[in-house]
Design a protein around this ligand. Structure first.
Ligand code: GRF
Length: 205
């Protein structure tokens, strides 16, 4: 079976896109990044895609998204810093095939300004979560998580940087398991093909 064609949706820097592109270079990686879509023409991540030889598209409006994905024939979509809401109907049609990364240990701190809110709340651990996209923002079933310490001297920026390094380790592993069919979102919830697969998605080294 060929590798699973995957789109990555970005709005900015694209460092998670970079981590996914790097992982997908391995010949045995089960997904291929075959399209990068941005809602902003100036997103720096578009240059990363171009350097990797991956086709890019800039959306004029969110209404174009579903057609763009269908035309490219992608089977999976990864949101990676994509700052537009996914319409509920689209999330429903892509159920189990659209992933998102969020820089907190969900269900804590969904939405924006995550790190400042984590610091204000005084949590001792923060981290990141990869989850399937559902109609409700940052609320779909969690595929994998990685935790990092919150240090007394942290600012939102230093905490963000520590979490981001964990994001880059976590997202490629989560995409690999979904692309390989080892975790699926079925009616009753997530189904893991083998229990060890689930362990790989907790604080991956
Ligand atoms: C990441 O922190 C991600 O979790 C959040 O947006 C940020 C995107 O960063 N959703 P990058 O564009 O991947 O560098």
């Amino acid at each position: 079976m060929g590798r699973v064609k995957t789109a990555v949706l970005i709005s900015g820097r694209g460092s998670n896109l970079g981590a996914l592109l790097a992982a997908a270079k391995a010949p045995d990686y089960p997904a291929e990044i075959s399209l990068v879509v941005s809602n902003r023409a100036e997103a720096a991540g578009l240059d990363l895609a171009a350097m990797a030889g991956v086709p890019t598209r800039v959306l004029g409006s969110m209404r174009e998204l579903e057609d763009v994905l269908a035309t490219a024939g992608v089977r999976l979509t990864c949101l990676a810093g994509f700052m537009r809401l996914i319409p509920a109907a689209l999330a429903e049609r892509w159920r189990g095939r659209m992933l998102n990364i969020h820089p907190s240990l969900l269900p804590a701190f969904p939405g924006l300004d995550t790190h400042a809110r984590a610091l204000a709340a005084g949590v001792r651990l923060s981290g990141c979560s990869v989850h399937f996209v559902s109609a409700e923002v940052d609320a779909g079933p969690i595929i994998g998580q990685a935790a990092v310490p919150v240090l007394p001297e942290d600012t939102a920026e230093t905490l963000a940087a520590r979490v981001l390094a964990a994001e880059h380790r976590l997202y490629p592993r989560c995409l690999a398991l979904v692309a390989a069919g080892r975790v699926r979102w079925e009616a009753a919830g997530l189904v893991w093909q083998a229990e060890p697969a689930r362990g790989q998605l907790l604080n991956p080294a």
